[in-house]
Ligand binder design. Structure first.
Ligand code: ATP
Length: 614
């Protein structure tokens, strides 16, 4: 079991054992790039030292007397070395940029694919803004960690070794102080990293919280404005922004206490004293003391720059940790690649089905979720191929939940759901879901053209004629053509520019195009204007003929289409039968109609009560 609902065939396998190993496996996906990087860094350091030596030789030659031809030749050699250095430097920048960008692209893609493969239970637990922060900002941190972070660290390492070798040639004893310094430098760096790690983690975490709050306010802006809650939202945002700023200040505090620069200063003083002692002992010359101090000066840059580079690495690792925890979070469902795959005839059977949701704690990716009390209890019924089964019940009775068990958005807690006699858990998930369409209560349209929205389920294989055919079937063609751009009209993220009824017909057209064997139609919304109601009713009637349909509705007109009606009450199936039978036998059924669809149902309900003799 892969614990994923979606995978890309032939996807590259990365190492998920730890954030560092994960980043490493991304870097090593193109082994020639890190190799080229190391080779160019060594080449640059060598050429740089060589050019310094050549300049020294030229100086000696000039002092010692030299012909103009010899001088020209020497100058040309130095020029050649400098040009070669420039070319290698360019290659080095290209290689490290490429490596950082490729890693950013691949980590982001891996995260995206993993998100597509997560179950709805997983997504219910997440805050969109936090996921967005992981997919944008955290990925960016990984890029910065490689370039300039790790690239500068490697360059520093190489540029540390060159002066050390040069010092050995002056006098081996002079190595004592710089080596002592390097040991204490390593210790101080370790301490610095340990202090930085929790701050870097908290920084990334707080950025996620900040972003999630922002995303929620923007997507719920209607509610915020409707309740005049702008000041409260502003206060919440400021508090989050302040916490984010405070963490930066804490990071600054850790950086301010950075010891290596202090150690470097101490080392310079001690090294000078040591060199003087050697001079007094007649071991080295004054010129060599100057050379020695000059070489120690080269160590200043790597010492200074490590303050930033290691901070970048810590932030990168913290970002990688957050991304990896999302990627590796196991979800409950599995795509079941080898599972049952066949054309669906359309029989749905629930056998003693119970179901409870899992708790959804904030900001948690993994960990043990807890089952909430059951929302559905011991449900048993059968829908035969082609039947329309209406599901009615008071709000929160579990109607939507019941339909979500059919296409395995959730798995049952107890009991089985069978399609054509096969447990849904045994079906290949793609085969199952591609033959079941759902028209949700809250219809989501993408900010793409109307044509693309209709063609969504057909994965881009539908022709314009087919799209128009589906729109005609769904009674949507005329209103689509009334827009200036017709089928090419781009709609807002939540279908802002379309009315509830128009959105519903786009969703019906979408379902026509996928031609499912099983249809789930959640029409419990009453947000439809009466002018278009007739058209919608016609479209719905047409879409459900010939398919097994689970229809959630409160409308008496739709209930009359049903072959059978299930009455849910507090998660239990309290009655089933035809409309007339239920009016006779079920008190719960009569109550629902009294309450929900007064204009259509009062006479019926009254008639029901009369029949009961109330
Ligand atoms: N993702 C979820 N996590 C936890 N609880 C949930 C979730 N979705 C729904 N519930 C709970 O499950 C119960 C049944 O919800 P469901 O949406 O199935 O009811 P419904 O009958 O379709 O209601 P309505 O007619 O209002 O749409 C409710 O108490 C609801 O609070």
């Amino acid at each position: 079991m892969s614990g994923k609902e979606f995978t890309v065939t032939g996807a590259y396998a990365y190492d998920h054992r730890s954030p560092a190993r994960w980043v490493w496996s991304h870097v090593m996906r193109y082994p020639w790039l890190p190799v080229a990087f190391v080779v160019t860094v060594i080449g640059m350091a060598t050429l740089q030292s060589w050019s310094a030596v050549l300049v020294g030789n030229a100086f000696d030659a000039v002092v010692g007397g030299i012909t103009p031809e010899q001088l020209t030749r020497l100058a040309l050699i130095i020029l050649g070395v400098r040009v070669a250095f420039g070319v290698i430097d360019l290659a080095n920048s290209f290689v490290v940029q490429l490596l950082a960008q490729l890693t950013e692209r691949n980590t982001r893609e891996e995260l995206y694919v993993s998100l597509l493969g997560k179950s709805l239970t997983f997504h219910n637990r997440q805050r969109t803004g936090d996921i967005m922060a992981r997919a944008t900002n955290d990925v960016q941190q990984i890029n910065s960690m490689i370039n300039p972070g790790i690239s500068l660290i490697l360059e520093s390492l190489v540029s540390l070794t060159v002066p050390l070798i040069a010092i050995t040639t002056i006098h081996p004893h002079l190595l004592f102080m710089p080596v002592l310094f390097l040991v204490s430098f390593a210790w101080a760096l370790r301490r610095y990293n340990n202090q930085l790690k929790p701050v870097a983690g908290a920084l990334r975490q707080q950025f996620g919280v900040l972003n999630a709050g922002l995303a929620e306010t923007v997507s719920g802006i209607e509610v915020v404005k409707g309740y005049a809650q702008e000041p409260a939202e502003e206060r919440k945002f400021s508090a989050n922004a302040r916490r984010y700023r405070d963490l930066f200040v804490r990071e600054g505090g850790v950086q301010a206490r950075y010891l290596p620069l202090l150690l470097y200063g101490v080392m310079l003083g001690l090294a000078f004293g040591h060199a003087l002692l050697l001079w007094r002992a007649g071991e080295i010359s004054v010129g060599q003391i100057i050379g020695y101090m000059g070489l120690l000066e080269v160590l200043r840059f790597p010492t200074f720059i490590s303050l930033f580079t290691f901070s970048l690495v810590q932030l990168g690792i913290a970002g990688a940790e957050r991304m990896l925890s999302t990627i590796t979070a196991k979800t409950e469902l599995d795509e079941n690649i080898g599972g049952h795959s066949a054309p669906i005839r359309g029989e749905i059977r629930f056998e003693h089905v119970s179901f409870g949701y899992e708790s959804a704690p904030a900001y948690r990716i993994s960990g043990n979720a807890q089952r909430l009390p059951p929302v559905l209890r011991n449900i048993t019924f059968t829908a035969h191929p082609g039947e329309t089964i209406a599901i009615v019940g008071q709000t929160g009775a579990g109607k939507t939940t019941l339909t979500r068990l059919v296409n395995r958005i959730y798995d049952t807690t107890e009991g089985r759901v069978l399609i054509d006699g096969v447990d849904v858990r045994e079906w290949n998930l793609d085969a199952l879901r591609s033959q079941i369409s759902t028209i949700e209560q809250d219809i989501f349209l993408f900010s793409r053209t109307i044509a693309e929205n209709i063609a969504f389920g057909a994965a881009g294989n539908a022709t314009r004629e087919e799209i128009e055919w589906a729109a005609r079937q769904a009674q949507a063609h005329d209103f689509i053509l009334s827009f200036p751009d017709g089928y090419d009209t781009i709609i807002g993220e939540r279908g802002m520019t379309l009315s509830g009824g128009q959105r519903q017909r786009i969703a019906i057209a979408r379902a026509f195009l996928t031609n499912p064997r099983i249809l789930i139609l959640d029409d419990s919304t009453s947000a439809i204007d009466s002018a278009t109601e007739d058209q919608i009713q016609r479209a719905m009637r047409r879409i459900l003929t010939g398919r097994t349909t689970l229809l959630i509705t409160h409308r008496i007109s739709q209930i009359r289409w049903a072959d059978r009606i299930l009455v849910l009450k507090n998660g239990e199936l309290v009655a089933q039968g035809t409309h007339d039978e239920l009016l006779e036998t079920s008190e719960a059924y009569r109550r629902i109609f009294l309450r929900y669809d007064a204009s259509h149902t009062v006479p019926v309900a009254v008639r029901g009560r009369r029949q009961e003799g109330v």
